[in-house]
Ligand binder design. Structure first.
Ligand SMILES: Cc1ncc(COP(=O)(O)O)c(C=O)c1O
Length: 366
């Protein structure tokens, strides 16, 4: 077995040390100019992210939770409207709908992509449905072409919670740009992470962008120059980081695939679409997930349970009429799924240590 040292779920310490000279030079410039919030560095970040993603507009704000609500409000989603959302996602995917006064309608996800199942969406469309919120989780996109076709056929707006999806493209089009608008999160653990909170709205719709910009000012949801300094610096190495994440994910899969069916490794080939996976989270399923998490913690290996319960089981959503549709896939994922350590500074030896432990646990040789 590889060394006994601990393996954190996430660490950006090494890359931060490496990039600190550039980051601190930018921060010093901003401080000398007396510009701290939503100024030159933020504008530069917006331009560079727009270039990277191909978006006509990239509007930086406080975080993706805000970005989601700004996007919906700017598009006129509000009281009386229903928005179809997946039952398996981060809380903000659905809370943004409530935030603008509309009603989330939860439907099930696909067992391989963990994203909206187009058939479940079709079955949930009703007279008050105004929009569909596609979410791209972990390493791959939703079946976004099918969701786009479905939304178009029913005259619905398509939005994307692409908070986790920087770098993910389908048929060359970046996540977040398949519908009216999408978002990015720059939370520190994300593929492109800040040193604190930051987020963005992406849209090709200029009018919507203008309304988002107005609402951003009204709500004070601003991005500060320090986060922009970090993000501008890290954007320059993003593709290299994405490549390293892919190598680490391939290493995990090589080591863990033989443990099937007790352990399920992520599926990368999405139903015939030309997609580019980006390994934000390496998610496995285990038939003894909670015991495995405890065993790894006992051996100083960090994990993260994504997501511990379907959104329909959140008390705040239970009474909103959201649990109208069965969500067995979301429920099973909430019991079985767990994210393993994955960040560009992770070493192959650390991956081997995690895999050795999972083999010991599932093979009964611990
Ligand atoms: C799918 C999804 N949506 C929304 C968010 C919210 O992002 P933020 O933390 O920037 O508010 C996250 C981030 O955790 C996420 O993973």
């Amino acid at each position: 077995m590889a060394s006994n040292s601990s393996v954190p779920f996430f660490s950006g310490a090494v890359s931060l040390r490496r990039q600190w000279p550039e980051v601190s030079a930018l921060v010093r410039q901003a401080a000398a100019a007396g510009t701290f919030v939503s100024d030159r560095l933020v504008v530069a970040l917006e331009e560079q992210v727009a270039r990277y993603t191909g978006a006509r507009n990239a509007i930086a704000c406080n975080n993706a939770t805000d970005a989601l609500a700004l996007m919906l409000r700017a598009a006129g989603i509000g009281p009386g409207d229903e928005v179809i959302v997946p039952a398996y996602s981060f809380f903000a995917t659905a809370s943004c709908v409530v935030h603008v006064g509309a009603e989330p309608v939860f439907v099930d996800v696909h067992p391989q992509s963990y994203a909206l199942d187009p058939e479940a969406v079709r079955a949930a469309i009703g007279p008050r449905t105004k929009a569909v919120m596609a979410v791209h989780l972990f390493h791959r996109t939703a079946d976004i072409a099918a969701l786009r076709a479905l939304a178009d056929a029913h005259g619905l707006a398509l939005f994307e919670d692409s908070a986790e999806a920087i770098g993910m493209r389908v048929e060359g089009r970046h996540a977040g740009l398949w519908g009216r608008a999408g978002v990015l999160s720059f939370f520190p653990t994300k593929t492109l992470g800040a040193l604190g909170d930051a987020g963005m709205v992406l849209t090709d719709d200029d009018e919507l962008a203008e309304r988002v910009t107005g609402l951003r000012a009204d709500t004070g949801s601003l991005c500060d120059e320090i986060q922009a300094a970090v993000l501008l610096t890290r954007l320059a190495t993003l593709d290299r980081d994405i490549q390293r994440r892919a190598e680490l994910a391939a290493h995990y899969t090589r080591r863990l695939a033989p443990l099937a069916p007790s352990v399920t490794t992520p599926v990368t080939a999405p139903s015939g679409e030309a997609t580019e996976p980006v390994w934000y989270v390496y998610l496995i399923e285990s038939d003894r997930r909670d015991d495995l998490v405890r065993y790894l913690a006992d051996h100083q290996v960090g994990t993260e349970v994504y997501y511990p319960r379907p959104l329909t089981d959140q008390p705040c959503f239970r009474d909103l009429g959201g649990a109208r549709h069965p969500v067995p896939v979301a429920a099973a994922a909430a019991e079985r799924a767990v994210g393993l350590p994955l960040f560009p500074d992770l070493t192959d030896e650390q991956v081997d240590r995690v895999c050795d432990l999972i083999h010991a646990f599932h093979g009964g040789t611990r």
